[in-house]
Design a protein around this ligand. Structure first.
Ligand code: SF4
Length: 352
């Protein structure tokens, strides 16, 4: 009897590349969607044959720009997941979307096929900043999509980027107040990071200082009427992204599509996987426990101290730093608000 597995499906196409983006995606106005779907279906058959009819609590279509996909291609993929596995009746099915690539009719088609959560790449309430980031859409396009999704009575999340050159705490507070006014119940707030391989990586940008970034990060938590449940994610109670919560908590997931990696467990053995067996490497319980600490400490719920985690976690460091760690009731260790600001250092010391 195999455990339930969450499924991530990668859609590696975008209309154009944004100036900051190092994700695995290709600018392509007219992708060959049938070939794409055939490849995804062959991967699903591979995992179905290997794992049997496991149950699927969540499916996440990420990218790239999954909302570029025609609805009939999305239907083929969902049908295949359904025929290989058992999709839970309350399965959370998320679609990442970009404004301007999906309208009311197309969204309704996706909803009829199964989407019940839409993540919208809003990124900014300022058209100049959108242009600077290399986004193709306007604030108006984004607001239209948020309204359409809200009217469709599905769960809606919005992504934002802060910490652009020239950004200050006042800008961020204003952005958070606008999010509050929209009544969005879930948002992801990502600090702009400069990746060397991107156009921004070659521009020698004058970024805000670390202190300003930290002040902006705290201002988000102080201003949003949502609760932070992960280092960059905020939600009202009960509307967290179940897919990500499961993955961060160490639940198994299959990565489908080029560029997608997963962690599957078969007959008690963990594997790192990618593609149709392109990568299928056993990983030890100790390695898996380290991964769980790394992702678990990003969440306010924290990492569950099972026997594998207890073997690798540096509890002397945890106990010596009560300002950085908090013991949560159900045998979990989490990082405090102050700790979230220096999470990378904390993780190194906790599993080092
Ligand atoms: S739309 Fe998203 S995935 Fe595509 S290039 Fe922009 S940031 Fe990257």
């Amino acid at each position: 009897m195999q455990l339930p597995h969450n499924i991530y499906v990668h859609v590696p196409f975008c209309m154009s590349k944004c100036n900051y983006c190092a994700f695995f995606s290709r600018a392509c106005i007219n992708p060959d969607w049938d070939t794409y779907a055939n490849n995804i279906i062959s991967e699903l058959e591979h995992w179905g044959a290997l794992m049997g009819r496991i149950s699927v609590p969540t499916i996440f279509f990420g990218g790239g720009t999954p909302s570029l996909m025609p609805a009939h291609i999305f239907a083929r993929i969902i049908d295949k997941i359904n025929s290989e596995f058992n999709i839970d009746t309350d399965c959370e099915i998320t679609l990442e979307s970009n404004p301007g690539t999906i309208d009311k009719n197309k969204l309704n088609e996706f909803i009829n096929i199964g989407v019940n959560r839409l993540s919208v790449g809003v990124q900014s309430f300022d058209d100049e900043k959108l242009k600077f980031l290399g986004r193709r859409h306007s604030v108006c396009d984004a607001m239209n999509l948020i309204n359409v999704a809200g009217g469709a009575k599905i769960r809606v999340s919005a992504d934002f980027i802060y910490g652009l050159p020239g950004d200050n705490v006042t800008d961020i507070i204003q952005m958070c107040n606008q999010i509050n006014n929209l009544g969005i119940t879930h948002c992801s707030m990502y600090e702009l990071t400069i990746e060397p391989s991107t156009p921004f990586g070659k521009m020698n940008l004058d970024m805000p200082s670390n202190d300003t970034m930290a002040d902006m990060y705290n201002a988000i938590d102080d201003t949003l009427k949502l609760h932070r449940y992960e280092v960059s994610n905020y939600a009202t109670p009960g509307t967290q992204c179940r897919h990500n919560v499961n993955v961060w908590d160490g639940a198994p997931y299959i990565g489908i599509g080029r560029g997608a990696a997963g962690r599957v467990i078969i007959d008690g053995q963990w594997y790192e996987q990618m593609g149709n067996g392109e990568k299928f490497v056993p990983i030890s319980n100790a390695t898996r426990a380290i991964e769980r600490v790394i992702t678990g400490l990003r969440t306010t719920r924290g990492v569950y101290l099972d026997t594998d985690v207890q073997k690798i976690i540096n509890m002397d460091y945890v106990r010596a730093n009560p300002d950085l760690f908090v013991q949560n009731p159900d045998n979990r260790i989490a990082v405090t608000k102050r700790g979230m600001l220096i999470l990378d250092d904390i993780v190194l010391n906790t599993v080092g």
